[in-house]
Design a protein around this ligand. Structure first.
Ligand code: MN
Length: 435
């Protein structure tokens, strides 16, 4: 079970990389997330690195230039070659073994510190790439407060559809348009205002969705479902995920088969995969409000009840072009927590494979928009502006219902708990360009 903690989570552990010990740092030695990179401006082959403080430990150089304990060198080989997927496919015993070796090597007083100091690159000088080839991308709908708020806008008397509390609703998204952030071109599409002829043109209701992305490590054979007892061990780690959404296109096209062009023009993920092993101190019991149906047996397990949920605080921030010009910092639009998700990561894997569907290494599962029940906890503008009816007023006096050209949306997330060192997921930013 991934709630297992060990010496690598020890709160007193510090790194010889000084920036990793700064309070509030996303990447202390207790985190050790992996990502693919090369030196910015170079045409080097991509390799995998570990984020530590404001640096990246280059695992290609680290394998060449530093001694490693027995076994660790073999685990580093695919990473040195830039093959994060090859490592993700090795499974939890390998992930834990390398995490322990990296933790020891980066810890204060490590004998290999002097070798590894030469293998660091400031993150500001790293050009990041997607962690691996993403074969398939599925987006779920686990945020019950999002589902309720959106449902109320569309069906005031019947906001939550009857399947919601029985199965994790999802749709198959598109992997080809997933990026690490940067520009998002306002999509064109077909929309219809009530009673009018359909119209083709730039979306007028462009929105963000604050989600987590879950990365599949170990896949399953076609026809071989993954039961709840093994589901957690299939998941390698998490990133942030922004599921850009054109609400006007969505509203017209989504029935009866679900989202299509309203969603597949862009999805963004943060570059560093925070492993489920790093999240161990932040696992929490999975609970349901009194009176809600218990999950069916194939979506239930003792381990899931004990520690299936994960405590991750999520935030969305907005900076408009005018705020940028005036030197105003981004405004926090929302703050929510993944504990409010109605389904756990293990349940998503068990349900996705329950019909025999095969997940593969590098597949990406979006949680769906993670919102809280309170105002200011909506993970999308659709919720924060009540479907565009209640505009937000920004610090410079501008108003927003949906996103305008030049707006930058940044997602951030972090984990904080008593007895554990805070770890962060980093961030992902996208800026809207004209259609
Ligand atoms: Mn979504």
């Amino acid at each position: 079970m991934s709630a297992h903690t060990d010496a690598s989570h020890e709160p007193l552990l510090r790194s010889w990389v000084a920036s990793a010990n700064q309070p509030g740092c996303d990447f202390p030695i207790q985190n050790l997330p992996l990502g693919r990179f090369r030196r910015a401006g170079s045409d080097e082959a991509l390799r995998v690195g570990v984020a530590i403080g404001d640096h990246v430990l280059d695992l290609q150089l680290a394998l060449e230039r530093s001694p490693w304990p027995n076994g660790a060198a073999a685990l580093l080989e695919p990473l040195a070659a830039g093959d994060l997927a090859g490592y993700m496919a090795m499974g939890r015993p390998a992930w834990r073994a390398l995490r322990a070796a990296l933790s020891a090597a980066l810890a204060e007083g490590s004998e290999t510190g002097p070798f590894l100091e030469l293998c660091l690159l400031p993150q500001a000088q790293a050009e990041m790439a997607l962690p691996c080839r993403i074969g398939d991308y599925t987006d779920f709908y686990t945020g019950i407060h999002h589902a309720l708020a959106v449902g109320k806008l569309m069906r005031p008397d019947n906001p939550l559809l009857p399947n919601y509390k029985w199965l994790p609703v999802g749709y198959h998204g598109r992997a080809s348009s997933i990026t690490l952030g940067g520009p998002v071109k306002r999509p064109q599409g077909q929309t219809r205002s009530s009673g009018e002829m359909p119209h083709f043109g730039p979306s007028q209701r462009l929105d963000h969705e604050l989600e987590l992305g879950l990365w599949v490590g170990v896949g399953n054979e076609l026809g071989a479902p993954v039961g709840m007892d093994r589901a957690d061990d299939r998941l390698f780690g998490v990133t942030l995920l922004n599921d850009w959404s054109a609400r006007d296109i969505q509203g017209w096209e989504y029935q009866p088969l679900g989202p299509f062009l309203a969603k597949n023009f862009s999805t963004m993920v943060s570059p560093w995969i925070v492993t489920f092993d790093a999240l161990a101190p932040f696992r929490r019991p999975f609970t349901r409000p009194a009176g809600d149906p218990p999950p069916l047996p194939y979506l239930d397990s003792e381990a899931n009840r004990a520690a299936g949920a994960v405590d991750i605080t999520l935030e969305a921030w907005l900076q408009t072009a005018r705020m940028r010009e005036q030197g105003l910092p981004a405004l926090r639009l929302s703050q929510s927590n993944a504990l409010d998700a109605y389904w756990t990561p293990a349940q998503l894997v068990a349900h996705h494979t329950s019909n025999g569907c095969n997940l593969q290494t590098g597949d990406l599962l979006g949680t769906g928009t993670l919102s809280g029940a309170q105002p200011g906890q909506g993970g999308s503008l659709l919720e924060l502006t009540a479907g565009g009816r209640q505009p937000l007023t920004l610090p410079d006096g501008e108003r927003r219902t949906f996103l305008e050209d030049g707006d930058t949306v940044t997602l951030r997330a972090y984990c904080q708990a008593a007895g554990a060192v805070r770890i962060g997921l980093g961030s992902v930013s996208g800026t809207v360009l004209p259609a």
